[in-house]
Design a protein around this ligand. Structure first.
Ligand SMILES: [Zn+2]
Length: 66
């Protein structure tokens, strides 16, 4: 069975997700550490990263967050 595509909530909406992290780097553009293209976003660790790239990585690792 193939899991449905991973969907990360990067909206930063703390009402919907109390653990929401601000993934918007305030207009700074840095190179995504996965695809090496410029992005305005960062992942949970603060490293520059596209949302789609982070989702692809999460999917590759099984999509489970524990
Ligand atoms: Zn990327």
């Amino acid at each position: 069975m193939i899991a449905s595509p991973a969907r990360l909530d990067w909206s930063g909406n703390k009402r919907r997700n109390p653990k929401a992290v601000n993934h918007w780097m305030r207009g700074r553009r840095l190179l995504c550490h996965i695809c090496s293209k410029k992005t305005f976003l960062c992942d949970d660790t603060g490293a520059p990263c596209h949302k789609v790239c982070a989702e692809a990585v999460q999917q590759r690792w099984g999509g489970e967050s524990r």
